[in-house]
Design a protein around this ligand. Structure first.
Ligand SMILES: [Zn+2]
Length: 289
């Protein structure tokens, strides 16, 4: 393998950004088709207005939108700004994850995890659902990553591994320790969301949140471990409440859950925890030492 460390960092970030824009283009398809149970592979992309197949040269992330001046080549119907926006956001996310991970074996795993979260955020924002088609494979993926990543070398990638391998699990194989960490995180993440929904239901007599949030937090908890999961829930509830109260005041609607796709805030919270969480929880834990 060539020594990739001689590649200038800026060049690496450009590659990450371009790759992110391409994945963002794919996420556009996922966000559009998964909620209506369509295949994400066939058929090729078509104009939602006239149904004309979109040629590959009109399907280049961001650039085609600019070249076509936001109009379909065939019917001249306006193309939503959402498409290049998703591509640009995914590109920015990939640059951020590459900055966080550097050139490590965990980088592709973190990119997949962050991409799945971003897809869930967009789908929840538009349809108020978190499809099983993403959360179930997401949970499996998190467990596989938990077993595989510790053997790929480098630092202990998962935030909870150093403390877990010192306690009662000392001497256990690293994949066992890692899976126990995944289990604790998943039960904490999914469990607390389930408990929040259950409490709300008892208090108000209405169903508070779908199990989509619970399944998404199983995935997040398994991947991030318990400390970053607590941070995710904290960030999600805090930002969600602020936006929710703002929306309630503005619209006069008294029922926050009717307005609020909570998965959006949990998903963004999980991405923030992945990128910036480790120093935050480390600082917080330091206050008690
Ligand atoms: Zn068209």
């Amino acid at each position: 393998m060539p020594d990739l460390h001689v590649v200038p960092p800026v060049f690496g970030y450009v590659i990450a950004g371009v790759f992110g824009a391409i994945i963002g283009s794919f996420l556009n398809v996922v966000v559009h088709r998964v909620p209506i149970d369509e295949s994400i592979v066939f058929p090729n992309s078509r104009c939602p207005s006239c149904g004309a197949a979109i040629a590959f040269y009109d399907n280049i992330p961001v650039l085609s939108y600019i070249v076509l001046r936001a109009k379909c080549r065939h019917c001249k119907e306006h193309i939503s700004f959402r498409y290049p926006a998703v591509e640009l956001l995914t590109a920015a996310l990939f640059v951020a994850v590459a900055w966080h991970d550097g050139l490590s074996a965990a980088l592709p795993f973190d990119l997949i995890f962050a991409s799945a979260l971003l897809a869930l955020v967009f789908i929840d924002a538009e349809h108020m659902i978190l499809p099983n088609m993403i959360t179930y494979p997401g949970i499996i993926f998190a467990l596989v990553a938990r077993v595989v990543i510790p053997y790929l070398g480098g630092s202990p990638h998962f935030d909870d591994l150093p403390s877990l391998s010192q306690g009662a699990l000392a001497g256990m194989p690293i994949w066992v320790v890692s899976l126990v960490g995944a289990l604790i995180g998943a039960l904490l993440g999914g469990g607390s969301l389930w408990l929040m929904g259950w409490t709300w239901e008892k208090l108000r007599g209405i169903e508070a949140m779908g199990l989509g949030d619970v399944k998404m937090m199983f995935m997040v908890g398994a991947y991030l471990g318990w400390r970053l999961t607590i941070l995710t829930i904290f960030v999600g509830v805090f930002t969600g409440s602020i936006i929710g109260i703002f929306l309630m005041v503005r619209s006069g609607q008294r029922n926050m859950q009717m307005l609020l796709p909570f998965g959006v805030f949990l998903g963004l919270g999980a991405i923030a925890a992945l990128l910036f969480g480790a120093p935050v929880v480390e600082w917080y834990a330091g206050q008690f030492r």
